[in-house]
Write a protein that binds this ligand. Sequence first.
Ligand SMILES: [Zn+2]
Length: 703
Amino acid sequence: MHCLRNVPVLLILAATTALAQTPVTPAPAQPPISQDVTSKPTPPPVTRSFDVSAMDTTVDPCVDFYQYSCGNWMKNNPIPADQSRWSRSFSQVLLRNQYLLWKDLESAASAPKSSLEKQYGDFYASCMDTATIEKLGIEPIHGAWKQIATLKSIQDIPALLSSLENRGVSDGFFQFGVSQDQKDSSQQIAEADQGGISLPDRDYYIDESPHFAEIRAAYVEHMKKMFILAGDSPDQAAKEAAWVMEIETAMAKASMARVDRRVPEKVYHIYTVDDFQKLTPEFDWKIYFSTIGIGRFDTLNVVAPDFFKGLNALLASEPLDAWKSYLRWQVLHSDGSNLSSAFFDEDFRFFSQTLGGQKIPQPRWRQCTRATDVALGEAVGQDWVKENFPPAAKASMDKLVAALEKALADDMRELPWMSDDTKKAAAEKLAMIRNKIGYPEKWRDYSSVKVNRSAFVANQEQVALYKRNYNFAKLGKPVDEREWGMTPPTVNAYYNSAFNDINFPAGILQAPFFDFTIDPAVNFGGIGVVIGHEMTHGFDDHGSQFDGKGNLREWWTPADRKAFTERTDCEADEYSGFQAAPAHGDTPAAYVNGRLTLGENTADNGGLRIAWQALLDALAEEHKSIDDKIDGFTEAQRYFIGFAQVWCENRSEAIARQFVLIDPHSPGRWRVNGAVQNFDEFGKAFGCKKGQPMTPENSCRVW
Ligand SMILES: [Zn+2]
């Protein structure tokens, strides 16, 4: 149960299990899901950085630039059956990275050459060993269930929870861990946050539209089936499912909404342990804190006090049997997809098919490669980067990052609306951004994780326990700035406001983002914009509230803050007008939430502008012009097309509707069209007239 509030801002939403909607049709006797446990991958092709064949040149770039750049790719690349969305860059590079990782895992599983290889090879092998998983059935969670059965009173819940967590089992109730203090980022403090629900967002429990009511009914059915598979009678299973639904719904109602959680002051409430105890008299924190294996502390951040008030009321009102059912469900649900095929299938049917629109599971080799990367990423990653991240790539990235830093500094100096005082402070913060490229200089030591080649669930528990203890050990210790929040093969990047650092895993530093063989315009449109995006996060509506040391502190003059907010309001309104899914039947159209996506949109706009400036600088150095042509396109055009083609994607309508609720990023179409609409250089590059859709009369600019 790690704290998740300090989740850094990513380039894309990381892979999740359950994220979309399909019409819910109750199907009585379902055939088993045929999981592909035997196939082996073939090497996927490298995605090209600039691909004319992906474009639909029958579309006017001034009318719909995304369609112009990606139209043919979208037509020719439907979503694969084992995916719920498919992206030209991210999905294909991830497939390739996983293939390369799989080769390492296969050889480590059959003939390990080091103790590290033995460890991650065995972990992978335990996941691939579906025969043993099948034989064990539900046995791996019996111990936890037996413990839950011994619960005698509500007062015993804190001790039971910590005891489950100490075995690496749990989830449920809330999130607890150690996090940097928002107002003093050099300190690591305890933090308690909302949690306890199994559906992807609180809205799933609260929204009264027929669509969500159907999903809730399907969720209750799913829980019933899982309890029956686990040995309950149908009546007992129905009763248990109803209890879980009642408790999770109350927890969802007490939870803070996603948009509010983006406001730093709203998620910062320092309590003494005594005052926190007064907030939730039904839950004895002294017992919980003294038994979970964390050091002593007197104060903590209670991220969402209203959630804990709600939890307290719930503890006072729900009967003991309801809590036992709730805990049984948390364990069954969190391990469901790791158990035998009956459980795997039922879990897949609800969380991936019903909620995700995914037709079939990914082949087992992909599931297990991902599971091993998630579990032991800095072990597997050590070998992976040796093979797949040449030193020259790091050297080129260092140069690019320096070019982007200079461009952002120049951009800030020239802003017409910002006073000199704030400009000076902004420049100081920019100079303090730490750049982390490729992989950590110090690898995590996993030697305490005991891996058993034939016990996949037990291995997952060992890893959960290791990660929890790793997190708890930070309490009161100096912050380790070398730490990474992503594994090396990850195709993503992030900015962390508490560290004030930008992080680019080796996994994203390749074509089509970054290509040694192509002209600079395309690389600046690809990885250049990605770097600019992450830097701009330090100055978006959220990041701008933290100073260069990562502390929540206002460093803007009031007038500059006001001018900034007018500009971000312009962007929030603009993006709220972008349609994410069309209306049909009784279902209204879905629109981007301009407030939820404000930070990402600001970063996209800033990234596109400063990478352009950096490109101009680079071309000037080589005495080249932005109007030089390569293969019929000017460097300016190649920059924008290269940028757009990073975002070519297909997502089902179901996913599109879901993501407007949960994804802080806009859909690919609007990441492209929204950003170019706000940047005059785009219209010039393609000869658009003022007033055309991609060059509107009124546009927004923050950075
Ligand atoms: Zn971002």
